[in-house]
Design a protein around this ligand. Structure first.
Ligand code: SF4
Length: 364
């Protein structure tokens, strides 16, 4: 253990902290579908879904996903398009794609059993240190740290860690502290207790210190610095990207959609024709030119249907949506003409789901 961590934990009563945290967790934990049992596959799926997504949002997705793909074998054998469809609306679709390829590796290389060794599990696609620690501790009772933003917040306050949690180097400190204080008898309840405490008591703003089960251990509470911790430097604002999109209808009432490339942002999802706008020039003219260059069709871009923003962690799409029409034959195979009632059978990113909705509403 480094000197820094020894200093941080000087006079910290690990044993009593574990007891207080675990007994509170056992009494107060929320009933959540992935806590019904300790099946490592269920723990894995839930942890992937919960990255960047709120518990309330995840619950119905998790339940449906488990009905559709109840086991490693079922998910390994599923069509990728069905998996993406089940994930539609959760965002960060690479999570779903990585999950399926990792599950296929488990099916092929580990006899369908999620590995319980840190090195093996960390080698699976999309399984970072947090997810590995969560599966190993929750499903297999192995005392591995599972340190995410919530846990860093709780630990920074309880132990008094004034490191910038936005810096990757801070994670090492938090993992080392956890390795030292985690319960070796019940690492599953310990890690889940830390997560639960961060979710419902030690919240980012206005933590409920007066109801907190570990208040007597908490250094931030003792010195009144709970609102100042954790230290987190600001991320850069997402880069704005102006985009024109067109809901293009042919004379038979079908809409043109295309599948995004197999790699990169929102890989393999479907979308309406769109173009990133350059400065100057009419938006309608730019999208008409794009339709000519990309799809070899002459179109009419008519009224504006809506404009809205969609924010990713690093990008902000500023979308202007048009209704358009065209006559003639399509010359490429990389897209489909789809009846408006069939649009919902395709996996679209959230921004394009909104456009589907606009079409259904405007068409009656
Ligand atoms: S006492 Fe307050 S700041 Fe400390 S762990 Fe509890 S809720 Fe968080």
């Amino acid at each position: 253990m480094t000197e820094k961590v020894t200093d941080l934990l000087h006079l910290f009563d690990e044993q009593k902290f574990q007891e207080d945290l675990i007994s509170w967790f056992k009494k107060e934990q929320r009933i959540l579908p992935w806590r019904e049992n300790k099946d490592p596959y269920r723990v894995w799926v839930s942890e992937i879904m919960l990255q960047q997504t709120r518990v309330d949002t995840v619950i119905p997705y998790f339940e449906r996903f488990m009905r559709l793909f109840p086991s490693i074998e079922a998910l390994a054998e599923a069509e990728e398009s069905d998996v993406l469809k089940a994930w539609e609306g959760l965002g960060y679709y690479s999570r779903a794609r990585n999950l399926q390829s990792a599950v296929r590796e488990v099916a092929e290389s580990y006899n369908g059993i999620v590995p319980n060794h840190p090195r093996e599990i960390s080698g699976l696609k999309g399984v970072g240190p947090y997810t590995a620690g969560a599966i190993l501790s929750i499903a297999y009772d192995i005392p591995e740290p599972a340190v995410d933003g919530n846990v860093m917040r709780v630990l920074s306050r309880v132990v008094g860690i004034w490191e910038d949690i936005a810096k990757p180097s801070a994670r090492k400190t938090f993992e080392e502290v956890t390795r030292r204080i985690i319960s070796k008898d019940d690492p599953s309840s310990f890690n889940q207790g830390m997560m639960e405490l961060g979710a419902i008591v030690c919240t980012p703003r206005s933590p409920s210190c007066l109801l907190c089960p570990v208040q007597e251990h908490c250094r931030a509470f003792a010195e009144g610095s709970q609102e100042e911790l954790p230290i987190k430097s600001k991320k850069k604002a997402p880069r704005p990207v102006p985009i024109a999109v067109v809901a293009l209808e042919d004379s038979t009432g079908k809409f043109l959609i295309r599948q995004r490339p197999e790699t990169g942002l929102l890989a393999s999802l479907w979308e309406f024709p769109n173009v990133e706008l350059s400065e100057g020039g009419l938006k309608q003219e730019q999208i008409k030119k794009h339709l000519r260059d990309e799809y070899e069709i002459d179109s009419e871009v008519e009224k504006e249907l809506a404009s809205f923003n969609h924010i990713f962690s690093h990008l902000k799409w500023q979308l202007t949506v048009y209704k358009g029409s065209y006559q003639g034959e399509l010359a490429s195979k990389h897209f489909k003409m789809v009846d408006k009632n069939e649009l919902q059978n395709f996996a679209f990113p959230v921004a394009h789901q909104k456009i589907t909705q606009l079409i259904l509403e405007s068409e009656g």
